[in-house]
Design a protein around this ligand. Sequence first.
Ligand code: N01
Length: 547
Amino acid sequence: MAQTEVTLDREDSAPAAQLDVAIVGGGLGGLYALHRLRGLGLKARVYEAGSGVGGTWFWNRYPGARCDIESLEYSYSFSEELQNDWRWPERYATQPVILEYINHVADRFDLRRDVQLNTRIASAAYERTAGRWTLKTRDGEVITARFCVMATGNLSTPRVPDFRGIDSFQGKWYHTGLWPDEGVDFTGKRVGIIGTGSTAVQMIPLVAQQAKHLYVFQRTANFSLPARNAPMDSERERRYRTTYTQRVKEARETGFGVTGYPIPTQSALAVSEEERRRKYEELWEAGGTIGFLNSYNDFLVDEKANETAAEFVREKIRSIVRDPTVAELLAPKDHPIGSKRLCADTNYYETYNRDNVTLVDVKSAPIQEITPRGLRTARQEYELDAIAFATGFDAMTGALREIDIRGGGGEILAEKWAAGPRTYLGLMVAGFPNLFVITGPGSPGVKSQMIHSIEQHVDWITDCLAHLQAKGFASIEPNQEAEDHWVAHVNEVADGTLYPRANSWYVGANIPGKPRVFMPYVGGVAAYRRKCDEVAAQGYKGFVLGR
Ligand code: N01
């Protein structure tokens, strides 16, 4: 595969950039893809809708936004120098620090000259005879490329529920995923936050400190564990650095791509209540969510085992929140712990002890409309000066479905996925040659340390393109049978767990009308990596390679 000269064509009088690889999205995935694919001598370019790089970490600027995976784990591993040079100031990094890190990476590896900002891709169509993708931007620019890498993110399509009257609201409203650059000052304001997912759990304690009064509109209570954030422990950091290479290797053998937690071998039901309690107590004190997920080997597969941890956390909630009615409302009872994304917080439950915070149950009395003065539930109207929608995203498929993607036979991806996403290994889609997806549906991406999965995907794609290059192939696409088997396998693995029991964004439950399909692969990153490597070692088994 020789490097394509950069030439400019004219199509509809617009110049068409001719590339080897068009990468859609300039977040952690797109930037790393650019770095690796350049290394193959390919002409690659990133198209990013935002006015800066960073993806999720560019857009999600709401108060309290930070990563709930520890900083020492949540970073690129491909460059030991980068890892050694960068200093994380806290146990969990804030959004501004992570964004600074991503910008540092963009500069350090000279990525910016091939990143085109303020550019939203509207369509992508594959032409079989030419063997090229043609992408069009919303501004009408045309790009052609032999390969297309969708690094569009899983939580990048913010969703505001379709509430009646939203345009009549006389205050200001915001979605957490599109937070204003300049921030928002809630001082002296009556604020409503809708939602109690990971985002709201991070934001609520901080907004409560600023607002005159905060109303939290909760439809489903969520399990949250204390993060126990703190300034970086320099001794811990030093130890981490000396064992860094080993840790990266170890992460590959885990379920979630995070080290420091022994892989559980024991059932929660095989130990005494006393012992279990001691363990949960230790994990609660240690902070973070990964310890709980790795507490017992049946935590996420056996209802009774799971209930022991769920009840432990409910008791904690009852012991923290002074008003028993509020505590009961905050104690989740309708889904197994961990079947929705476990939240990590700083003073979340404690915040409900403040006089200026009211928890409103919108399950028993749903939100009916946004009014000029605030918000009306089936029970009453709340007067508000500002509303923050922490209502989540059209997760996993939203960003791809927003682009008009057409495969080799003219098939439309959004139509193919109408009953739920279908991929082979989460990496490619039958009928859509030379189109790769990073950490998409059918992969463990969102159920893992994202950067771990991003690197694994991009490395796999890079090896794949190197293979095509070496063997003189021009195209690759999964065969239908391999895709069908993978989709069945993803479902089978999920059905053996408690994950599908929750109405989560993993099953698209937060989007009215979205088909209920469990989208991530939950067999763990170790099993998944083995499968991907095996497929490659067998000459890309399940794929059709064309010349
Ligand atoms: O979104 P969510 P999020 N009326 O979908 C409620 C990642 N993340 O932005 O559960 C009333 O989880 C909805 O209620 P229900 C992380 O992977 C990571 O919080 O559908 N309420 C729910 O409470 C996370 O999982 C970090 O009943 C409505 C909330 O809005 C993912 O992003 C930090 C409603 C949405 O919760 C998404 O989290 C933050 C309606 N009509 C986020 N519609 C890290 O630390 C929705 N809701 C890395």
